[in-house]
Design a protein around this ligand. Structure first.
Ligand code: ASP
Ligand code: MG
Length: 424
């Protein structure tokens, strides 16, 4: 007997039949003797459809109103799910994020949770009812307006609520069997990973793996809350995301060195050409980008040629920030004195992630040899303690991921089952 928080993604509650199937699963968990709190995403593609509707009505919808509109998606799922549970003879009560005590800042569209006050959820549990909470939303502490946490934010709602309630585990239900060693859609030999550490999962999520919202993993790590990512379409165990220290010394020996290979096609590469090689130039460039709220990822500065006394500075940022970045830099071109700018959308970022990298020499050599043998040209390199990332041409993405996956012995014996899922 424990407290289990379950989050069901949009593909798990896509239509009436799915809602009933999920209701059954929730009631089964309750009947096993657990307390259950449920978080739901909007049904199927509802969020995309609502965004589309807003864009038809207004070219740039007001952020406050867009949030109000989008939160309606999750309100539909929570209400119908509660109805389906009632029909199975169990009491369920639906709550909006605000009612469930999800208090956020007022940054519409990307609000951060600043407090969780789940009093109503606790009373519902005390009454023996199953609380159903609308994911991805909260209420701003200062303005009292309704906010959303950013796309995919229901994962974060689930983990935040699980932490505040002191749950034993947060189960994230999706349409794939768990976390994979690479995206099975481009690496058919990807295998499901039974266990992964928070740190590895954060690196994968931050580098393009779509399975879990990055902030949800950060949150789980902070509160040391285990996450179980699994399919709502099967009873199989999925992937447990656990703390680094919960892997004991003995087990650590058997842990694979590499957790997985992530890829990201969502970045752009911007190069500032002919930057005078003197103190303060990089500062001026990145100040201009920061003021324009451009999120920078990798940065490389080329060696300056003695002849010209100039250098090139290259960085990557989300493709959607590319225009903003070049506009911000154009505005300070005179002041900085650089020659020109290029903005390249045709790139992919490939990242190898594994906690075992720390203590195993030769990982970089194997990684670059695999890329070389596959004929993949490397344009940029960056590393963290447990990650190596490269930028390549977008066309090379599948070749590169497969080559690296094979080189590190990650290939499964058979082909991964791809349910054609969206991973939501
Ligand atoms: N419905 C929202 C989205 O599609 C939130 C979520 O699914 O987590 O992004
Ligand atoms: Mg999701």
């Amino acid at each position: 007997m424990g407290l289990i928080v379950q989050k069901y993604g949009g593909s798990s509650v896509a239509d009436a039949a799915s809602v009933k199937r999920v209701a059954r699963r929730i009631v089964d968990t309750k009947n096993e003797g657990h307390d259950v709190v449920v978080i739901v995403s909007a049904m199927g593609d509802t969020t995309d459809e609502l965004i589309n509707l807003a864009e038809q009505v207004s070219p740039s919808p007001a952020a406050r109103e867009l949030d109000m509109l989008l939160t309606a998606g999750e309100r539909i799922s929570m209400a119908v799910l509660a109805m389906a549970i009632h029909d199975l003879g169990v009491e369920a009560r639906s709550y909006t994020g605000s009612q469930a005590g999800l208090i956020t800042d007022s940054a519409h569209g990307r609000a951060r949770i600043i407090d969780v006050t789940p009093g109503r959820i606790q009373s519902a549990l005390a009454d023996g009812a199953i609380p159903i909470v609308a994911g991805f939303q909260g209420v701003a502490q200062d303005t009292k307006d309704i906010t959303t946490l950013g796309r995919g934010g229901s994962d974060t709602t689930a983990v935040a609520l699980a932490a505040a309630l002191g749950a034993d585990v947060c189960e994230i239900y999706t349409d794939v069997d768990g976390v994979f060693s690479a995206d099975p859609r481009i690496a058919p030999k990807a295998r499901q990973v039974p266990r992964i550490t928070y740190q590895e999962m954060m690196e994968l999520a931050a580098n393009g793996a779509k399975i879990l919202h990055l902030r949800c993993v950060e949150y789980a790590r902070r509160f040391d809350l285990p996450i179980h990512v699994r399919s709502s379409f099967s009873a199989k165990n999925g992937t447990f995301v656990v703390s680094d220290s919960s892997v004991s010394e003995g087990e650590a020996m058997e842990q694979p060195i590499i957790a997985g290979v992530a890829h990201d096609l969502g970045d752009a590469k911007v190069t500032v050409i002919g930057v005078p090689d003197k103190p303060g130039e990089a500062a001026a460039i990145f100040r201009a980008l920061a003021d324009a709220e451009v999120n920078i990822d990798m940065i490389v500065q080329n060696i300056s040629t003695a002849a010209t006394g100039r250098t090139d500075v290259t960085f990557t940022c989300p493709m959607s920030d590319g225009q903003k970045a070049t506009a911000a830099l154009e505005a300070v071109r005179q002041q900085i004195g650089f020659e020109s700018l290029t903005n390249d959308d045709g790139i992919a970022k490939i990242s190898l992630v594994g906690a075992g990298m720390r203590s195993n020499p030769g990982v970089s050599a194997t990684f670059f040899e695999a890329l070389a043998q596959a004929g993949v040209n490397v344009e940029m390199i960056s590393t963290s303690e447990i990650r190596i990332s490269v930028v390549t041409r977008a066309e090379s993405v599948a070749t590169a991921v497969q080559a690296v996956h094979t080189a590190f012995g990650l290939d499964a014996d058979g082909e991964a089952v791809v349910y054609g899922g969206t991973g939501r």
